[in-house]
Each structure stands twice: as structure tokens, then as C-alpha cells.
Write a new protein. Structure first.
Ligand SMILES: [Fe+2]
Ligand SMILES: [Fe+2]
Ligand SMILES: [Zn+2]
Lengths: 503, 328
């Protein structure tokens, strides 16, 4: 061996050469023209060199690890398709969680891909850029592996066939769509605070674990496998989330109030978005994992509480209205399912009244609220359905201008009263589900007045006219009697029974 | 009781997703098709970008070119994430064994000073240009409309980061005190007169707003001139001065460039083939950036005592084939 190759650089120095040393200070163009988005949010960055790389991965290793993960993942997808793996699922009602996932979550992965590509170009710091770029291709991976995972199920079940079309149009999908577009249209630092930190670091366990464990408990091999395969990607994303927040806060004290406002906003927005996950856990999974209230306690109150304690030294306090999320955890899943049940003719999945056994489970998990408030409601609906009068609501609901959820959620201090706020801006009245959403509006009214509210749009005739059947069938592409309505008596139920006979 | 599934009776109710069916027909689709076409949101965007109120979040107006259908472009390599990463893992494996071979044989120590000097002056500064290429392609991925266009640029951008990292490794491998040659090359990049044209070209490209123009300036013109220059002319020059072993390390760049060119050629063929207006616009951009690229790389070539003509002939042949070369 010669002296030349024996002089080794340490890992950190080597990684520096492989990443931030590739950058340079421009002199033919101005920094602010090359990175035009870095400054406009008012975040002050004094020194990008202070950025601590959240993970050190060069492209050669990235390719190697990821290719191995992909190989294993697609081997499972192939096996499931070849062996009619869909027939191993616990109960056909379970597939409705998958339908919700591909229409509501997979398009968010795509938006994440595009958003991280933007930020991965826009940050002046090389280390931060590269971390975002890697997350960007990971998110593209998630989009595509999810499409491939569901591809087989789509051949046998309804509700998944037009997920991108539905995401852009269907009323309840405007909740996740507006959530993510809110982040994607914000500046680069807010985008990362919203998605990397608030969503991926603080709330991710409340989105992915319920779906992945739900899949595991209900025999859905494809979803379990892609979820498992995405876990090491997510671990990287979480470290980026923590690094970005610490980095911004450490760069300048003027950044603290800006970040605080973003944390308040994005926790509230994330919490509202996750009500569909709560509903999925409590009502759509035939084999339950845990209740939404338990999940919120464990993953938000306990884990999140410790995290915000850690951020105190930067002058950050826990997000505003965090106490309301704690009160809401006993209500939100029931109220959400009640909404979807009523509008079950306009959903790309089946709805149903929980079985007696399922209601007992809910009573046990929600001792303070279920028997008092929600059981009577569902029992009444069950009676009506048994008489052949399955209830569908034809009146269009009022939506919250910010989160876009129907105004059917109760007051934090009175669970018999619907919560409703409003405000007048530029001579126009706007409605909100909560103080949290109203505050978000007040902070950036010029943004939220633009919201594409599905109900307004229907009423204005922008969704194919006034005939709801046309809106649902033609504009949404929800196939009447195939994708929607009650599970009892559905095409899905009939086909499943026939297929089970064939097994 | 038999638990065997009588598959004949479990028949699918559809073959693929609705949007895939509408585009490719009612039949089982490929993984590339299902993962790439018509999956990007198209309408009912809620808010205008705070950083650009003149555009929607996903907007066809980020280029002057017009397409009836932005999914007319299809990557000839059919790269979706899984296919890309598998192809690159193979490239990586081969490159790794070349580097290991080079290192094991102690070939770095056997290089003469002329070779080391030529590499430092001519090859190593390009790791910064590759970083620029990374940024440009990732930026295009963010702005280009539709997933087929966007993802191909994203893969291309990450490929460029890899090239920059391999170039850095070459710099470390041939260095008696690892890091010194890279630092010297960076000083050349920043200060040496011969390199200022290239650095100016790269920095100017970083502020180009039209993504199609940017892809042309970066991927078609600059790379189309630079890579033939490196792969043919510099390689030949290295042989002359007894540095042929270096080809073991730079071999991957040839494979990569060939692969990437399939995408870039298909891209500009599709864009130019759409309309006369597109073709005219592209031709105008070609005329502008081609002469700038020649101007930028000429001093580097002179410094290395290499003619740029051969590489330019390769580029011009390619442009002519695409119908984008203005003939006077
Ligand atoms: Fe993801
Ligand atoms: Fe993620
Ligand atoms: Zn709201």
C-alpha cells in the first residue's frame, strides 16, 4: 500500500466534500436571484454552514439500499397478484380504508414529491437542499409504490379507479387537498415546518401506524409491505423535520414568533385532517388496532408533549388549541363517521352502521361519550335502515373556509352544541368550524378567501349542474351503486360472497 | 376440505385505473404507465403560490412551449422510481468495482504529474458544474407539468449529484493528500480565467425561468458539448500522456451519458414535433445557448491543449437530427 491511499478522511469530512463542498458563492448572478424564495417569509438565515446534516447518505449508497428495498417490495406485490391475495383480507368492509387511502393520501405523497423538489432547489444551503431532494424522490417512491400496491385491489374492488380525478373534485377530498396545497403554496421554510416537522415529525405516527397496523390486522399484505418498506425513508424524513426546526430557531431570534405561528397553524390543520384517520380506525377497520383517542393520547399528548418541552429553550410554547384537540379526541371520529354515513351516496366508499359488537367496543373505548351521545344516534339509524329507510342527507352542508370540514363538530366546552364561527372580510361573510380555523384565516385572509369550497362550487354550477346525481356520477366519477351507498346490499358485498364460495 | 382457490371464478371487474384505461385502453397496464400518466393534480387548486401569484400550483405556463397533451412525452427508458433505482444500483455496482480495482492496483500512485495536473485543471472543477446541473434538473422537476416530464428530470437531477460525488471521489483517489486537489480545482472554478466562462454559463442557467429552455441549455446543449469533449477528446489526450488508466474511473460517465441522452433526445423530439411554433422557439434557444456553450468551453479546451471541434461536431449532428440546428 502506498502512503497516498492510506491517508483517509473521516466520515464527516468525506461527506462534506461529497455535498456542501460542491457548492460555491456565485458572482455572475446574485444569490437572491438564484434562490428567490429564500427570503420572502422573513426567516433570517445568518449561516447555512450551521446546518447539521440530519443523515449522511451519498447517492451510490442511496441507490444500493433503495434498490434492495424495492426488489423485496415488488416481489410481494407479484406474489399477492398471483395468488389472489385479496381473498385473505379479513372482511370486505376493510377495503374501504384502502379506498380512502389511495384517494386521500396517495395524492398527498405526490404533492410532497413536488414540494420537496421545489424546496430542494430553492434553499441556498447545499446540505439542506440535498436532504430535501432525497425526501422528494422518496415521496415519489411512496406515490408510485402505493399506486402499484393498490393496482391489484383496484381490479377487484370499487372506489380506487379514479383516485387522481376524485382528489381534485370530490367534496371530502378537498380536506386533504387544501391542507397540502396550503403548504405547497407557502414559502420554503413554512413548507418544511408544516410537512417535515408538524406533519412528519409530530403527527406521522397518527397517519401511518393506523393504516399500516390496520392493514396488518386485516390481512392486507400489500399495504403492510409498502408501509414497512417506507419506514426507513420516514425515519430520515423525521430527522430532517427536527433539524429544520432547530436550525431556523437557532439562526435568529426574530424567527421564533414566525415559527410559533406556523406551529400553531399546522398542528391545528393536521389535527383536523386526521379526523378522517380517526374515523377510519374507529369505524372502518373490521379488526381494530386501537382507538383514535388512545392513539392521540399516546402519539400526540405523550410524545408531542415531551417534544414541545424540548423546544421551550428556544422560546417555543406548545401549539395554541392543543387542549382542544385533547377534548376533541373523544368526539371527532364519531362525528366524522356520522357525516360520511349521511352523505354515503356521495362517497367513493361504502358506509354502514357499526355492528352491535362494534358499538360495544366503542362504548368501552369512549366511556364518557359514546353511549351518551353517539350510540343512540347509530341505533336509530340502524332501525331506520332495517325498515328499508336508510338515511341519506340531501341538504348540502356548510363547510369551514379553512379546513373544509362540514360544520358538524361540537364546541370544546359543550358537546351538545355545534361549533360555528364566522367573520366578515371585504364585505363577505366566511364560516369556520373552530377558533383554530378562524385564527388561521385572520392571519392570511387573502390566501383563504381563494379556497375552492366544494359546496359553493356545486351551488354555483361549477360541478356539472344542480343535479346531485350528475355531480356524483359525472363530475366525481363515483359510480352509482358500485362505489358508494351502504355496504349492506352493495355490489362489493355480493361479489365478495360469491368469490368466497369459489375459494 | 380443499383450500385451493378456484381462480377461474374470481374474475377482475376492471383491468387498470380509469385514467390509465382512458389513455391506453382497457387492458392490464405496465407499471410505468400506472405510476406516471395522469396522476398529477390538474384542477381546482385552492390557493395561488405565495411565491408566484401569476401561476397555479401546477401550471403549464412555466414554459413558453405549448403542448396539447403534456403526457405526450414518454420516457423511452420507462423509468418510474423502482426501475430507475434498479438501473442505477447496477451502474453503481459496476462503478464501485472499477474504483476498487483502481485502488487495489494502486493505479493512483502510478499517475504521472502531467496526468494529475490535467485532471485537476480539466475534470475536477466540473464537480461544481454537476452541482449546477443537479439544481437545474431538480428545479425543472418542480416546475414541469405532468409526471412523465417531472420525474425524468428528477432522476436526471439526482444522477447529477451522483456524478458530482464520483468526480469528488476521483479527486480524492488520485491525490497524495486527499482533499488538496479538490481544493485546487475549486480555486480554479472560482478564479481561473479559463473556467470563468463555464461558471458564468452555469450561474446564468440557474436564473433561467422557463423550464424547457433550462433543460435545453443544461441537458441538451451544455452536456451535449461537455460530455463528448470529456469522453472522447480528454480521454484521448490522457492516453497520449500515459493516463489511460483514468478511463477505468470515468467509464461510468459514458454509460450514464448514453442512457440520459435517450431521455433528452426523446424529450426534445416530442416538444419540437408538437408544432412549428415550438420548433421555432427551440431553435432560437439552441442558437443562443450553443454559441454560449462553445464560448464557455473553448478556454478550458485550449488550456488542456485539446480541440473542441470534435465534440462540437457530435453536438451539431445531434441537433441536426432533432431538426433544431439553424442552417444559414
Ligand atoms: Fe411519504
Ligand atoms: Fe415522508
Ligand atoms: Zn375548520
Amino acid at each position: 500500500m502506498n502512503a497516498k491511499t492510506s491517508k483517509r478522511l473521516n466520515m464527516k469530512e468525506r461527506y462534506r466534500i461529497m455535498t456542501r463542498d460542491l457548492g460555491w458563492e456565485p458572482s455572475y448572478q446574485r444569490y437572491e436571484d438564484i434562490f428567490p424564495q429564500e427570503g420572502f417569509e422573513g426567516i433570517k438565515i445568518t449561516d447555512w454552514d450551521q446546518w447539521e446534516d440530519p443523515f449522511r447518505l451519498t447517492m451510490d449508497n442511496y441507490w444500493k439500499f433503495q434498490a434492495e428495498k424495492e426488489r423485496k417490495l415488488y416481489a410481494i406485490f407479484d406474489a399477492v397478484s398471483q395468488n389472489n391475495g385479496q381473498m385473505k383480507i379479513s372482511d370486505p368492509r376493510y377495503l374501504n380504508a384502502v379506498k380512502l387511502f389511495i384517494t386521500a393520501v396517495t395524492p398527498l405523497e405526490y404533492n410532497a414529491y413536488k414540494g420537496y423538489a421545489r424546496v430542494g432547489r430553492q434553499f441556498g444551503g447545499v446540505g439542506a437542499r440535498i436532504a430535501c431532494q432525497m425526501q422528494s424522490i422518496d415521496e415519489l417512491r411512496h406515490t408510485q409504490t402505493q399506486i402499484h400496491a393498490m393496482s391489484h385491489y383496484n381490479k377487484y374492488f370499487g372506489g380506487m379507479h379514479d383516485f387522481p380525478h376524485m382528489f381534485d373534485r370530490v367534496w371530502y377530498l378537498s380536506v386533504p387537498k387544501s391542507f397540502f396545497e396550503d403548504a405547497s403554496t407557502a414559502g420554503p421554510f413554512e413548507f418544511l415546518t408544516a410537512i417535515s416537522f408538524s406533519f412528519e415529525y409530530v403527527l406521522t405516527n397518527l397517519l401511518f401506524l393506523p393504516f399500516m397496523s390496520g392493514a396488518a390486522y386485516n390481512g392486507d399484505m400489500n399495504t403492510v409491505t409498502f408501509g414497512f418498506s417506507a419506514q426507513s425513508d420516514e425515519a430520515r424524513h423525521m430527522t430532517l423535520g427536527l433539524e429544520i426546526i432547530k436550525f431556523i430557531l437557532e439562526q435568529h431570534e426574530d424567527n421564533v414568533p414566525i415559527v410559533q405561528q406556523w406551529l400553531d397553524k399546522w398542528l391545528w390543520r393536521g389535527y383536523r385532517l386526521l379526523s378522517i384517520v380517526g374515523m377510519m380506525m374507529d369505524y372502518m377497520l373490521p379488526n381494530k388496532v386501537m382507538s383514535w383517542a388512545e392513539a392521540w393520547t399516546m402519539y400526540y399528548e405523550e410524545a408531542g408533549g415531551a417534544l414541545f418541552k424540548e423546544l421551550e429553550r428556544y422560546g417555543i410554547r406548545p401549539p395554541k388549541y392543543a387542549d382542544q384537540t385533547v377534548i376533541g379526541k373523544d368526539h371527532v371520529s364519531h362525528q366524522a363517521w356520522f357525516i360520511f354515513y349521511q352523505y354515503g351516496h356521495a362517497t367513493a366508499f361504502n358506509t354502514w352502521v357499526p355492528t352491535a359488537q362494534e358499538m360495544d367496543w366503542l362504548s368501552e373505548k369512549y366511556p364518557d361519550t359514546f353511549d351518551r351521545l353517539y350510540r343512540p344516534r347509530f341505533e336509530l339509524l340502524a332501525e331506520k335502515a332495517a325498515r328499508g329507510e336508510r338515511f341519506y342527507n340531501d341538504a348540502l352542508p356548510q363547510l369551514c373556509q379553512v379546513c373544509q370540514i362540514p360544520l358538524a363538530i361540537t364546541e370544546p366546552d359543550d358537546d351538545t352544541l355545534l361549533s360555528h364561527r364566522d367573520t366578515v372580510h371585504d364585505g363577505e361573510r366566511y364560516h369556520f368550524c373552530s377558533d383554530g380555523c378562524r385564527d388561521i384565516f385572520h392571519h392570511e385572509p387573502e390566501k383563504y378567501v381563494q379556497a375552492w369550497l366544494p359546496v359553493h362550487q356545486i351551488l354555483q354550477g361549477n360541478c356539472g349542474g344542480a343535479d346531485m346525481e350528475k355531480v356524483i356520477g359525472d363530475y366525481y366519477r363515483i359510480e352509482m351503486g358500485e362505489d358508494n351507498l351502504d355496504f349492506e346490499g352493495s355490489a362489493e358485498q355480493r361479489r365478495w360472497a360469491a368469490w368466497k364460495q369459489a375459494v | 376440505m380443499s383450500v385451493e382457490i378456484k381462480t377461474a371464478e374470481i374474475t377482475p371487474i376492471r383491468q387498470t385505473y380509469g385514467h390509465t384505461k382512458r389513455r391506453f385502453g382497457d387492458k392490464p397496464a405496465t407499471r410505468y404507465q400506472e405510476a406516471s400518466f395522469d396522476i398529477q393534480p390538474t384542477t381546482n387548486f385552492h390557493y395561488r403560490p405565495m411565491f408566484d401569484e401569476h401561476h397555479e400550483l401546477y401550471d403549464t405556463g412555466y414554459t413558453a412551449l405549448v403542448m396539447e397533451d403534456w403526457y405526450a412525452f414518454s420516457d423511452p427508458r420507462q423509468f418510474y422510481y423502482g426501475a430507475w433505482v434498479a438501473a442505477r444500483a447496477k451502474l453503481q455496482e459496476n462503478t464501485e468495482s472499477s474504483f476498487a480495482f483502481f485502488e487495489k492496483r494502486g493505479l493512483g500512485a502510478r499517475l504521472n504529474d502531467d496526468v494529475r495536473r490535467l485532471l485537476t485543471r480539466c475534470l475536477l472543477p466540473l464537480r461544481h458544474a454537476e452541482m449546477g446541473a443537479n439544481m437545474n434538473n431538480v428545479g425543472i422537476a418542480a416546475n414541469a407539468y405532468g409526471t412523465t416530464l417531472s420525474q425524468a428530470h428528477m432522476y436526471h437531477g439526482m444522477d447529477r449529484l451522483a456524478v458530482a460525488q464520483y468526480l469528488s471521489r476521483i479527486g480524492l483517489l488520485i491525490d497524495e493528500s486527499p482533499g488538496a486537489l479538490l481544493a485546487e480545482a475549486k480555486t480554479l472554478w472560482m478564479e481561473e480565467a479559463a473556467w470563468q466562462g463555464v461558471r458564468r454559463y452555469v450561474e446564468d442557467s440557474l436564473v433561467v425561468e422557463d423550464w424547457a429552455e433550462l433543460s435545453l441549455a443544461q441537458n441538451l446543449i451544455f452536456d451535449g458539448l461537455l460530455y463528448p469533449f470529456l469522453l472522447e477528446s480528454l480521454d484521448a489526450r490522457l492516453m497520449e500522456i500515459d493516463g489511460g488508466d483514468i478511463a477505468i474511473l470515468t467509464d461510468f460517465m459514458g454509460d450514464w451519458f448514453k442512457d440520459g441522452s435517450r431521455f433528452i433526445d426523446a424529450l426534445f423530439k416530442t416538444l419540437a414535433g408538437e408544432s412549428e411554433a415550438n420548433r421555432v422557439q427551440l431553435t432560437r434557444w439552441v442558437a443562443h445557448w450553443r454559441s454560449r456553450a462553445v464560448e464557455a468551453l473553448t478556454p478550458v479546451a485550449i488550456d488542456a491543449d485539446i480541440e473542441l471541434d470534435a465534440a462540437l461536431a457530435v453536438l451539431d449532428k445531434r441537433l441536426a437530427k432533432l431538426g433544431l440546428l439553424e442552417t444559414h
